[in-house]
Design a protein around this ligand. Structure first.
Ligand code: ATP
Ligand code: LTN
Length: 333
């Protein structure tokens, strides 16, 4: 049966509080897609345990992330919102895809290389298999479009290759997904090092703005943000720090980068940084307030996850059944 609407799938790990980078590069772009697509938005907790997590904190992070999804504008009426570990099909398909993915392919992944260097004391198989589980997430739902930040393009490419490999080896089964990467904001950089990605696991808290930072903290972090030499507010390759702040300003205020350059012409970095702070605060404060309200009603949140898991499972379990049949596993009868 032809699908009426195309399918979107994306997810974020419940590893701490998400940053302005996650918001501008991913979450924010999920919202408008809800009107045009069948959207499935996942809290990818199976992925998060590739790095050690404290159980009580992990539970808390997952609820907090769900509330942030909703506070940012994800509608549980329009979209399917669920937790990855609630739907066993993710782990099941990941196993099948593991047998079709070469060690060399995973060894080349830059995120794997970065994370193994950072967590040398916990070089577990999950860290290496991470992109295969992500491929399973995407392929289970016949996903057409995957909204992600730039750092995930290599993983998406692997998902496409695994889909094609399965389709060629057996018969057409999986949709080969496309990435959806924003033109501006696909890689928000650290406020302390404009050559490194803003990351929620950065040990220098001044490098990132968390979605739950209060107004003062946001302003302080932006005032402390490193800048480039010179004093013009200009978007340029030799000005990575200012270009990053201009990107943040543009996305949070709605003013284009070109207009912002004109607006701050001759005003210097101090005035500019304060304006960036104002823009970020007005973007994040309402989300933060709404998130706190949502977290008051755990029953409401739990109900959303139960419904989401039911909907997701009804699609995903059919895909696994189809895959098992094509592979040649005996039917249960
Ligand atoms: P961690 O720091 O724990 O490795 P992370 O901050 O990279 O995690 P993820 O959960 O891995 O967060 O990513 C969720 C989504 O946010 C992905 O689509 C990813 O591409 C996007 N993303 C992450 N960091 C940035 C960033 N700095 N700029 C733009 N998008 C980002
Ligand atoms: N690996 C992603 C999170 C993720 C994801 C997905 C994103 C897991 N499964 C499926 C899109 C689609 C990351 O951002 N680190």
């Amino acid at each position: 049966m032809e699908k009426v609407k195309k399918t979107v799938f994306s997810g974020i790990q419940p590893t701490g509080t998400i940053t302005l980078g996650n918001y501008l590069g991913a979450l924010r772009n999920w919202i408008p897609l809800q009107d045009e697509y069948d959207c499935i938005y996942c809290i990818v907790d199976l992925h998060s345990i590739t790095i050690r997590q404290e159980p009580a904190q992990l539970r808390k992070n997952a609820m907090s992330l769900l509330a942030l999804y909703l506070a940012s504008g994800i509608s549980p009426e329009k979209s399917t919102v669920f937790v990855q570990s609630h739907v066993p099909a993710h782990a099941e398909l990941a196993w099948v895809l593991d047998t079709m993915c070469y060690i060399g392919e995973l060894n080349r992944m830059t995120q794997f290389k970065d994370k193994s260097a950072k967590h040398a004391d916990n070089l577990n198989m999950g860290l290496m298999n991470y992109p295969v589980l992500m491929a399973a997430d995407i392929l289970l739902y016949g996903t057409d479009l995957v909204p992600i930040g730039k750092d995930q393009t290599q993983h998406l490419e692997l998902a496409r290759n695994l889909a094609e490999r399965f389709n060629n080896r057996y018969s057409p089964t999986f949709v080969v997904p496309e990435g959806f990467i924003p033109k501006l904001g696909a890689k928000i950089m650290s406020l302390q090092n404009p050559l490194a990605k803003m990351s929620k696991s950065d040990e220098n808290v001044n490098g990132f703005i968390s979605m739950l930072d209060d107004d003062e903290t946001i302003r302080r972090k932006l005032r402390r943000a490193v800048t480039d030499s010179g004093m013009e507010v200009r978007f340029a390759e030799d000005k990575p720090a200012i270009s990053n702040l201009l990107t943040i300003y543009s996305l949070c205020s709605g003013v284009s980068v070109a207009d912002a350059e004109k607006q701050f012409d001759g005003l210097g970095y101090g005035v500019f940084k304060d304006a960036v702070a104002d823009a970020v605060i007005s973007a994040l404060a309402p989300i933060r307030q709404r998130q706190a309200e949502l977290l008051e009603d755990k029953q409401y949140l739990t109900d959303i996850l139960r419904q989401g898991a039911e909907r997701a499972e009804s699609i995903a379990s059919k895909t696994v059944a189809k895959v098992y049949r094509k592979i040649g596993f005996l039917p249960r009868g």
